[in-house]
Design a protein around this ligand. Structure first.
Ligand SMILES: *Cc1c(COP(=O)(O)O)cnc(C)c1O
Length: 482
């Protein structure tokens, strides 16, 4: 459409009031609140304006006289959008298993059933059925957590950031916390250890350098102001080369010597030694408890594969203090999370089952044979598209763990790579992202990459339909202009 045609078209866009008097719209007003309809018309007309300005394929619909049917369909779409939830299912084809932006860990079916059951009915959330009196919400998971980890006591809160805040506030408000400079990390979502520490009322005492910190650095910093020795898992990065850090074990010895509590923020936290499954070493929760650390904190939705939660394990005398801190009331875990967490933890009683069934762990341990099978299933459904000006190939690639765990681990994977010729790969990525359901992919070397590791089996048909729709649409536009 030429510039002047566009300008003419823009001037002819009808007014909201004009639309409101149409009989079809009067019908809509009988079904929906006026505010919803008016908003839908306003937005629908805005969309028409966008079409005129940007859509090359919109000759018929975006040129005056505008077809009312087209306008009506725009309004209806806007009404639907207003009542549709914004938070929804997306297909993760990025290959990043613990993807914080995409909701981290999908839950196991037993966790989902449990949270539905507990939320549908009343529950014994804070009621002791044995004694017929008030009980503790934490009691439901404390036993299983202690059993799995070997810790004396346990507490669960809203998330790990909350767990760290609670621990620091309880043990070191107004006191110094000694931390290695190499561990003052920022984790995605602007969680910075120094910032959390400030908010907890503790004073940060940095020791060592970025790449090297020695036991003597901690020792020299200890004084009457010291409240706590803290170790932080560096999560999403590693210091390589000329580097050294003090182990939790050594720190615990030092803490004993000076009668200071020692806490480890483990970040991801896992009960299974992943080296058995061909993955890099990640310290397990049990190993960290065994060092004699006073408290260990970690997330529920990273390697553990459960819901968002912060788990604190350790010595009873400290855990009792955490439980009684009024801040705990503000950070407390809700019943839905608690249900999902309990069911996830119960799966760990049988380690093999946990590895096979917890979605996050299963995706991490998928072998190339299984990945290839998934890739072929998708590829088959897409065959027939290759004559439409693109290549679709199964390729080897690598996926990432994500969630601040195993940052250097490269997981060999299989991807479906789509290389279009007639239109840009960026358009394809956008079209998929804005589809129903949205498909999140990545672009590498002019190809769209769909990593099969994070695509759930049941999603493959949906994925295929989404890709077909996007490709058909884009190649149709392509034909018009070439
Ligand atoms: C992820 C992480 C956190 C924050 O945990 P959330 O559960 O996201 O609140 C804190 N510390 C470390 C080391 C982490 O890796």
């Amino acid at each position: 459409m030429s510039l002047s045609l566009r300008q003419q078209a823009l001037r002819k866009i009808p007014k909201v009031d004009e639309m409101l008097s149409r009989p079809e719209i009067l019908e809509l007003l009988k079904i929906h609140p006026r505010q919803v309809v008016v908003e839908a018309i306003r937005k629908g007309l805005g969309r028409l304006r966008e079409e005129i300005l940007h859509r090359e394929d919109a000759f018929q619909s975006a040129a005056p006289p505008f077809s009312f049917d087209h306008l009506y369909s725009l309004f209806q779409k806007e009404i639907e959008l207003q009542v549709q939830p914004r938070l929804r299912h997306v297909i993760n084809a990025t290959g990043v298993v613990i993807h914080t932006n995409l909701g981290r860990s999908p839950l196991h079916p037993s966790a989902i059933e449990h949270l539905i059951d507990v939320s549908k009915h009343y529950s014994n959330l804070e009621y002791n059925l044995e004694l017929g009196e008030r009980g503790s919400r934490y009691a439901h998971v404390e036993e299983i957590l202690c059993r799995l980890s070997g810790a004396e006591s346990a507490l669960v809160v809203n998330n790990n950031a909350g767990a760290v805040l609670l621990v620091l506030n309880t043990l070191a408000e107004g006191k110094e916390v000694i931390v290695s400079r190499g561990e003052l990390v920022e984790i995605g979502g602007a969680f910075r250890i120094p910032d959390v520490m400030r908010r907890s009322g503790a004073l940060l005492r940095e020791v060592g350098t970025t790449n090297r910190t020695h036991l003597s650095d901690y020792q020299k910093a200890i004084g009457p102001q010291t409240g706590l020795l803290l170790k932080v898992h560096t999560s999403n990065f590693r210091v390589m080369g000329f580097a050294s850090e003090v182990s939790l074990q050594e720190l615990v010895q030092l803490g004993k010597q000076f009668q200071l509590p020692v806490v480890d923020d483990l970040g991801s936290g896992c009960f299974i030694d992943l080296t058995q499954y061909g993955l890099e070493k990640e310290p397990t929760v049990q190993e960290m408890i065994k060092t004699g650390a006073d408290a260990v904190t970690f997330s529920g939705d990273k390697l553990l594969g459960g819901p968002q939660a912060g788990i604190i394990l350790g010595k009873k005398k400290w855990l009792d203090l955490f439980k009684n801190n009024p801040l705990n009331r503000a950070l407390r875990i809700d019943k839905l999370t608690l249900a999902a967490l309990e069911s996830t933890l119960l799966l760990y009683i049988d380690e093999k089952k946990a590895m096979e069934e917890i979605p996050t762990l299963r995706m991490l341990s998928l072998d190339t044979k299984k990945l290839k099978r998934k890739g072929k299933r998708l590829w088959k459904r897409l065959s027939g598209l290759t004559d439409k000006g693109m290549t679709i190939a199964l390729k080897e690639d690598v996926s990432q763990v994500g969630g601040g765990a195993l940052p250097l681990q490269e997981l060999p994977t299989l991807v479906v790579a789509i290389k279009p010729f007639g239109f840009s790969v960026n358009h394809l990525e956008e079209k998929l992202r804005k589809g129903e359901p949205p498909i999140i992919s990545r672009i590498s070397k002019e190809e769209l990459i769909l990593d099969m590791r994070t695509v759930i089996d049941e999603e493959i048909p949906l994925l295929a339909v989404g890709i077909k729709n996007a490709l058909n649409h884009l190649s149709r536009n392509d034909e018009k202009f070439h």
